[in-house]
Structure formats: structure tokens, C-alpha cells
Design a protein. Structure first.
Length: 133
């Protein structure tokens, strides 16, 4: 793993949260997009070398909608940048980590992604991210 790529925060209202984080960080989101396959609208903020991803459910069956119903708004996941996502998935699976998909998916911000189940990572949802070239 190369670095923390971003921290994902589940929010109920993306527009209001964008205003809040714009005021907090002193800059506007550099990107907003919908990831239909995951049922979310996202926005990304750059702060130094770090990024914050805000995630709002775009349908009531999405994992973000279920997360907010169960736990409320807050930190949803920590994402790590990797060079070769398939190799990293294989390595982690062989070490006993539970992957939430057998193959990487296309995620937000031009990334291939795979999540690790929180049951295998001390209760923290981990996302692996590889830049799509």
C-alpha cells in the first residue's frame, strides 16, 4: 500500500455538507460525480496531500443509505492507494482478509476499487484504490 488515498464520510445532504466542508477546509470540492453502481453521489476535496470524499445515497438501498440509518453521518471508510489492485487483493485474501468483491469495480475519481469487510479489519471498512490509466 502506497498511502492513504482518502477518507470517505457518509452524509445525508451532499449540498449542505459541501458548504460545510468548503468553509472548514477553505476550498471547494474539485470534483462531484454519481457512481450509479454504488448508489451514491460523491464530492472530493483536496487538502494538502490528502483527500476527503463525501458520499450521499442516491437510492435508499445503497450501502451509504443503510450506513446512515444504522450509524448516522460520519466516517465511512479509509481508502489506500495501491499500484496493482489485483495483486493486492490476492495478497490480502491469502492473508485471511475478507474481500467484498472478487474483482475490482470502477469507482469514483477515476479509480478501480475493492473494499475489505470490516469484520476482518477491526471494524474499519477499508477501500483499495488504483488509478485507472
Amino acid at each position: 500500500m502506497l498511502k492513504i488515498e482518502h477518507i470517505g464520510i457518509a452524509v445525508s445532504n451532499l449540498e449542505a455538507s459541501n458548504r460545510l466542508f468548503t468553509a472548514l477546509l477553505g476550498n471547494s470540492p474539485y470534483k462531484t460525480e454519481e457512481v450509479a453502481s454504488e448508489g451514491v453521489h460523491t464530492s472530493f476535496f483536496q487538502t494538502g496531500d490528502s483527500k476527503i470524499e463525501l458520499l450521499e445515497a442516491s437510492n435508499p438501498e445503497s450501502s451509504i443509505a443503510k450506513f446512515i440509518l444504522k450509524k448516522g453521518e460520519g466516517i465511512h471508510h479509509i481508502a489506500f492507494s495501491v499500484e496493482d489492485i489485483k495483486a493486492e487483493m490476492k495478497r490480502l485474501s491469502e492473508q485471511g482478509f475478507i474481500l467484498l468483491s472478487d474483482e475490482p469495480k470502477i469507482g469514483a475519481d477515476n479509480k478501480l476499487v475493492c473494499f475489505l469487510h470490516p469484520k476482518s479489519t477491526n471494524g474499519v471498512l477499508i477501500e483499495l484504490c488504483q488509478e485507472i490509466i
